[in-house]
Structures are given as C-alpha cells and as structure tokens.
Design a protein around this ligand. Sequence first.
Ligand code: NAP
Length: 286
Amino acid sequence: MTKILYAQPVRDKIIVDLKSRIKILKRKNITPWLKVVLVGDDPSSHIYTRNKKKFIEKIGGKCDIIKVESSIKELQFRQLIESLSLEKGLHGLLIQLPLPNHLSHIDVGNLIDSNLDVDGLNSSNIGELLKNKEPGKYFCPCTPKGILTLLQYYDIPISGKNVCILGRSLIVGKPLANLLTNYNATVTTCHSKTENIEECTKRADLIITAIGKPRFLTKKFINKSGNQILVDVGINKTSDGKLCGDIDFEEIQKNVAGITPVPGGVGPMTILSLAQNLLQAAEKSL
Ligand code: NAP
C-alpha cells in the first residue's frame, strides 16, 4: 500500500522537543526571536510569512514581519537589512523571496550575518554544508533539512540509494544534493537542460521534484517496481486557484511506495526546520 508521507506527525513529534527547549531558554530570559523582511505585495509571500510567524509563536518564540514597499531603492534596502542585523537580542533574520525585479539580483544570503542566517543561504553556511560539518554546527537550508527530517521520520533509507533531484536552485536542489550526498546517497541532479530525465527518474529509488511546474511528473517518469519514493517540493497554483505540486499525485500515487502530498508535505517541514534553526541560534547565545 502506498504510504502518504504527511508532515503532521513529524511536526507533532518534534514540536514537543522545541517547546521544552524554549522553556529552558525562557528561564534564562531568552525568547527565540526572528525577523522576516517582506518586500511588496506578492500574495503567496504574505501567506508564507504569516505561516512562519504563526508557527514560531505557537512554539513560544517571537516573530516580527517587517513589511516594506516594493518601490524601496536598493541602497535603502541594504541599509535596512544592515540595521536589522545589529538589533540586540535578535537570533534570526530572513528575507522572504522572491524580491521585486529591481532587487532580485541581490545575493540575499550574503546580506545577512551568518550567525542570523536561519535560512542557511549565506556562503559560510553553504560552505559548511559542503564540508559535511556536523548537523547543528551550521544553519542547514530549511527545505533540504525538512526533507531529510521527513525521510528519517518515515525510516526511508538514504545511504547507498539512488536519488534523482529535479531542479538545481540555490535554495532547494543544490543544497539538497549536497545534504543527501553527505548521508551517502548517490545523487543525480536534473534541470531544464537535462536530456532524458525519464532515464534518471526510472533508475532512482527516491525522486525529489523542485521545479515549479504543476503536475509535471506523470506515470511515464516512474518505473514499474512500485518501490519508488516520491517527494514533491513544488507549490503551484492551478487555473482554478487550487494548490498542486510538481507531481501528478492522483495519477501516480498508487504506483509508488511513498509520496508526499501538496499541501501538507514538504511545505510544513520547511517551517519546522526554520524553527529548529532559530532555536539553534538562540541556544548559541547562552
Ligand atoms: P527555481 O529557482 O525556479 O528553480 C527551478 C529549477 O527547476 C531550475 O533548476 C530549473 O532548471 C528546473 N526546471 C525547470 N523546468 C524544468 C523541467 N521541465 N525539467 C527539469 N528541470 C526543470 O525554483 P525553486 O525556488 O527551487 O522552487 C521550485 C518549486 O518548489 C516551486 O514550485 C516553489 O514554489 C517550490 N518551493 C517549495 C518550498 C517548500 O517549502 N515546499 C520551498 C521552496 C520552493 P534550470 O536551472 O536549468 O533553469
């Protein structure tokens, strides 16, 4: 039977640990504190930041959303991030992506001090990931970290397995390939120029899609074993305004061993990882 890999039980389990760690911090007068910079009016970005705030507050942390007009000039934007970084008592700072076109060239990871970089996008944190530094000694990018946590919770083997990742973005595909390599997977990363993606996906024990193309992955991409595990990172809107992933869930679900739903799969895991990174930052300040 196909296992639907929901985030909820993983969150329920980990949240207990997060809440008890926050209690210990509060006894020392420390409340994990995150600031999220939200530029412009992108409706999806507003929903994502609200969900982050809701979760951080649910576990007992503090989260401020700094709303900024989309017309902000680059210099002002850089100065704002610089001044927020100097805030005393702050543990995490992140910039909600995407930025408006005139700011989209900015390397946001490196605008933020590596000690506040709970999104794990600073070159220093990415470098530590490449060096396979011990987990907890650097901030691991949230979506890859969330996928790893989900796989571990459901006892899905990684070591020695063939993993095919679709997408090579800096926030998902590339760091995920490194993270799973650190856990001894054999990883192939596909992108828009890859020829014969099907060959790679059919060979894989684990397929992870992060391309932003609604229901791209159909039956023709999987093999007939019924043993493959599919992880869908994509969050796409269909023409009728509903959310769907990069995988055609309805078509494929009965033909694989496990699959993440959209919504309710990787998305909530990303927020969970953000909270874990924030606590890691706050505990470092002890
Ligand atoms: P991105 O920066 O737009 O990158 C998309 C990647 O997909 C690129 O590497 C691109 O290849 C590749 N690609 C595009 N079309 C392809 C095709 N037909 N075949 C193979 N590869 C193809 O995207 P992203 O920021 O990583 O996000 C990807 C999706 O995940 C989006 O739907 C986003 O909303 C979602 N997302 C979800 C979470 C979550 O928490 N669940 C977090 C982050 C992102 P090239 O490099 O060759 O252009």
